[in-house]
Design a protein around this ligand. Structure first.
Ligand code: PBG
Length: 357
């Protein structure tokens, strides 16, 4: 009790002098006896930038980023995307220029999405050996061989209905879709892709794609599996970029319920068992808990997709002067890495790499 009073004494002194000020009594010089008798002062390690650098637990580097790019037909095309300010649909020649710039910035990878204007019910353009993405892969691997070239494997940009698989009798059919996805992945492998990234969330597709790649003589092509991909409203700007919004219904029968965490771990485990080399959590910012759980549970590399809506949300607020774009961007990316992501797909890749340089 006595001890408590002694410890609390400086607080009483402080309250008394605060009262003096409040009541208009003349303020005396700062009372040095107002010091708290505490041993631990975490602020010691935040006093200067030098000290903060020493105790920093997480650091971003350009090598963490994968840059998602939308490829479009034509020559010399660089079309701004309304809902993704600062991002463009680029033709293959522009993509190659982009590839060189990314390497100069220290960004090791691109992930390609094709813009398709010959959509069909069977999404046949997705696995055309001379399709846009297939040609883009060839060009990039010829001109920028050091770049890790990755491709999205899903049918939504190529199908009239906008779903990631085939629609049969009004349902997104699993096994029939997997067969088409394997064909698509193979056409990318034949073009020389480094990683294929199935984003469709069909059951069993990672194992089927692995078998197909191995049987065709592509054991070196890796699979970046969208393992825990949630049915999120934050894909809106991406669908605007590819004109791939589903014509009917939603994606809730294959993408995950945002309410579920344990299910994500089960999905990830299944993909690892089927041969995924890297597993992904998507979106990233709203699912940091899933990234953290995945990285503590599994020993394969974890990717996180900082999706279009997360990007555009900050860009829109920054445009209105409500948030600082650069600080917001770095804080977002840092939080994703701190949560446990080894690599981040992000539309901020170029800007962040420039800032880090
Ligand atoms: C489609 C796909 C989507 C994204 C990546 N691949 C959209 C969707 O599932 O509807 C979203 C990426 C983003 O929002 O940035 N298979």
């Amino acid at each position: 009790m006595v001890d408590l009073v002694i410890r609390a004494a400086p607080i009483f002194t402080w309250i008394a002098s605060a009262l003096d000020v409040a009541c208009g009594r003349p303020e005396t010089s700062p009372d040095m006896s107002a010091r708290l008798d505490i041993t631990h002062r975490p602020r010691r390690l935040r006093r200067t930038e030098a000290v903060r650098k020493l105790v920093r637990e997480t650091a971003l580097q350009p090598g963490d980023f994968i840059y998602p790019v939308f490829v479009v037909g034509g020559d010399g095309v660089r079309e701004p995307i309304d809902a993704l300010p600062g991002q463009f649909r680029v033709s293959i020649d522009e993509l190659v220029k982009e590839g060189h710039e990314l390497l100069d910035l220290g960004i090791p990878a691109v992930n390609l999405f094709g813009y398709c204007d010959t959509k069909s019910d069977d999404a046949a353009a997705a696995y055309n050996p001379d399709g846009l993405v297939q040609r883009a892969v060839r060009a990039l691997k010829t001109e920028c061989p050091e770049l890790c070239v990755q491709t999205d494997v899903a049918l939504d940009p190529y199908s009239t209905h906008g779903h990631d698989g085939l629609v049969i009798d009004g349902e997104v059919a699993n096994d029939e879709s997997v067969e088409v996805l394997c064909r698509m992945a193979l056409s990318h492998a034949e073009a020389g892709v480094d990683w294929v990234a199935p984003s469709d969330m069909m059951d069993g597709r990672v194992g089927a794609i692995r078998d197909a790649l191995d049987a065709a003589g592509f054991p070196e092509v890796a699979i970046l599996a969208y393992s825990a991909k949630y049915a999120s409203t934050f894909y809106g700007p991406f669908r605007d970029a590819l004109k791939s919004t589903p014509k009917e219904g939603d994606k809730k029968t294959y993408q995950m319920d945002p309410a579920n965490l344990r299910e994500a771990l089960r999905e990830i485990q299944l993909d690892i068992d089927e041969g995924a080399d890297v597993v992904m959590v998507k979106p990233a910012l709203l699912y940091l808990d899933v990234i953290a759980a995945a990285s503590s549970e599994f020993d394969v590399p974890i990717a996180a997709y900082n999706v279009s809506g997360e990007y555009s949300m900050l860009m829109a607020a920054a445009d209105r002067g409500w948030l600082d774009r650069e600080e917001g961007m770095m804080e977002m990316l840092l939080s994703i890495k701190r949560a446990g992501a080894d690599m981040i797909l992000t539309y901020f890749a170029r800007d962040a790499a420039r800032l880090l340089a």
